[in-house]
Write a protein that binds this ligand. Structure first.
Ligand code: HEM
Length: 484
């Protein structure tokens, strides 16, 4: 028994090893949901001397991570991805402290307010129109078109850099870096994550191939952060820079402080924009829309009927219509809920001991939020696995169900700084895609294929590739995007 208080309930630990065999390796959210049913909203496990606290409901996560954010806003140390490859320099993996505050301030200054996001509406609309044109030409490559568009939006906002259509060196470099990231961030794959002293093994040591890999990936990451920053500096020197997050920050830079240090902070703040957090989540949200529309044709028809009534057929929906397109808005919310793009959010850690609801939470505990479980909790969402935007529209018989934004963007001082941007880009994709396209089921040998809603098991989880057809709704719909 712990002298400081009772630990939260959880699976029974083994001597020395703790719960090493209880901690799931795959689809962790599923096991964590079972713990939620068995042990309640806070459960506890330990392994190799580390404490893990799993939160299974929104209320508890808000009470701990929002209301006690000074205690719960650190991140765990990731040996391979963070320390050796260098991802700790990017915001999602930055430890709690001054650097975190400064970087978040930079990002908040660039995309934290309504008027800043409104300033980006033109870009979102133009890029979404280009996206629709690309999909019309290559409907079977919709996933690729989504990635290209997300990359283009983020690179323009961050660096004023418009990638070349087709093949672009910077986009390619970013993709390589992100693939390397996905490999090194997986838990329990690299031994050094379990046995940290292995980091001191020299490069020449037999079996230290993983260390050479870390060094190589580190160079790629450094180059990916530095190259676009150099691009902006060169454009600024020539006087041809387009306004962007980086050009603004470089102009406003406070020269009283160490300039090199500030350049470094700006470089990594910018890298956080197109790093995993922005890119993969947006891509997954938009791909989830296409998946949901393939499975649920009635939802699609309802959204299209609303667009036809409010907007008509002779123009595309724009942000000025958002307030009148209630059902479309509900589709956006349902994409965030049903898709649960970040199934466990990102882990927080506590910087001091705490007592919460009578339970002792030791300093350094890794706090895992079961966001996917929260978004599919049948106590909160009726029929949670069905894509049903109506749930977010109150009727006389029942109130609207809980807005998924209360948890899908995370909590406290680590809450997603891109949430307004994400909401706006996803809205544009939903409204404009449904105005122009009919997304339908593939027919093979006279059999209609209804895809299953299957998602990958990564930190940011994507729908697995699925068959669908995408056709323009009419010649006049086509003309609206081709006339550009
Ligand atoms: C499309 C939907 C998106 C979802 C569902 C999402 C979700 C999340 C979640 C769950 C976290 C972790 C919060 C926590 O630790 O409690 C996070 C962090 C973060 N997100 Fe997003 N995100 C999205 C889009 C974006 C976009 C578009 C950007 C960039 C423009 C972005 C940038 C970030 C960054 C930089 C962090 C790390 C913040 C920190 O560690 O302090 N995200 N996001």
């Amino acid at each position: 028994k712990n002298p400081r208080g009772r630990l939260p309930p959880g699976p029974k630990p083994l001597p020395l090893l703790g719960n090493i065999f209880d901690l799931p390796r795959k689809e962790q959210w599923r096991t964590f949901s079972e713990w939620g049913h068995k042990y309640g909203p806070i459960s506890y496990a330990s392994a190799l001397g580390k404490s893990f606290v799993v939160l299974n409901d929104v209320h508890t996560a808000v009470e701990m991570l929002d209301k006690k954010s000074a205690v719960y806003s650190d991140r765990p140390v990731l040996m391979m991805a963070g320390e050796l490859v260098g991802w700790r320099d990017t915001l999602p993996f930055t430890r709690y402290g001054e650097r975190l505050k400064e970087t978040r301030k930079y990002l908040h200054g660039a995309m934290g307010t309504r008027s800043q996001i409104e300033g980006m509406h033109g870009l979102f609309e133009a890029e979404t129109r280009a996206f629709l044109r690309h999909v019309l030409k290559r409907p079977e490559k919709v996933a690729e078109c989504i990635r290209e568009t997300a990359g283009s939006v983020i690179l323009q906002l961050t660096y004023g850099y418009k990638p070349k259509e087709g093949k672009d060196d910077l986009v390619d470099l970013v993709e390589v870096t992100m693939t390397q990231f996905a490999e090194v961030v997986q838990p329990n794959v690299f031994l050094v994550d379990l046995i940290p002293p292995l980091q001191y093994v020299p490069l020449w040591f037999p079996g230290a191939g993983w260390k050479k890999k870390a060094e190589f990936y580190q160079q790629t990451l450094q180059q990916t952060a530095a190259a676009p920053m150099e691009f902006v500096k060169q454009q600024m020197a020539k006087g041809t820079a387009r306004p962007s997050l980086v050009s603004n920050l470089l102009e406003k830079k406070n020269d009283r402080k160490d300039v090199a240090d500030q350049d470094n902070t700006i470089k990594w703040a910018a890298a956080a924009m197109y790093g995993g957090a922005c890119f993969f989540t947006t891509v997954s949200a938009i791909y989830s829309l296409f998946l949901a529309m393939t499975i649920y044709p009635n939802v699609q028809r309802k959204a299209q009927a609303e667009i036809d009534t409010v907007v008509g057929g002779d123009r595309l929906p724009s942000f000025s219509d958002r307030g009148s397109l209630l059902y479309v808005d509900a589709v956006v919310s349902e994409v965030f809920r049903w898709g649960a793009l970040a199934p466990l959010g990102l882990p927080h850690t506590s910087i001091e001991d705490d007592i919460h609801e009578g339970y002792f939470i030791p300093k350094g505990s890794v706090i895992l939020t079961n966001v996917k479980g929260m978004l599919h909790d049948e106590k909160v969402y009726a029929d949670p696995w069905t894509f049903k935007p109506e749930r977010f529209i109150a009727t006389e018989e029942r109130p609207a169900e809980l807005d998924p934004r209360t948890c899908c963007f995370g909590f406290g001082r680590r809450i997603c700084p891109g949430l307004n941007l994400a909401d706006a880009t996803v809205w544009a994709s939903v409204a404009m895609s449904l105005a122009i396209f009919d997304i339908g089921r593939k027919v093979i040998d006279n059999v209609e294929i209804v895809p299953e809603a299957l998602y990958g098991d990564e930190i940011i989880s994507h729908p697995l590739p699925f068959p669908c057809t995408i056709k323009s709704r009419s010649k006049s719909a086509e003309a609206l995007i081709l006339s550009e």
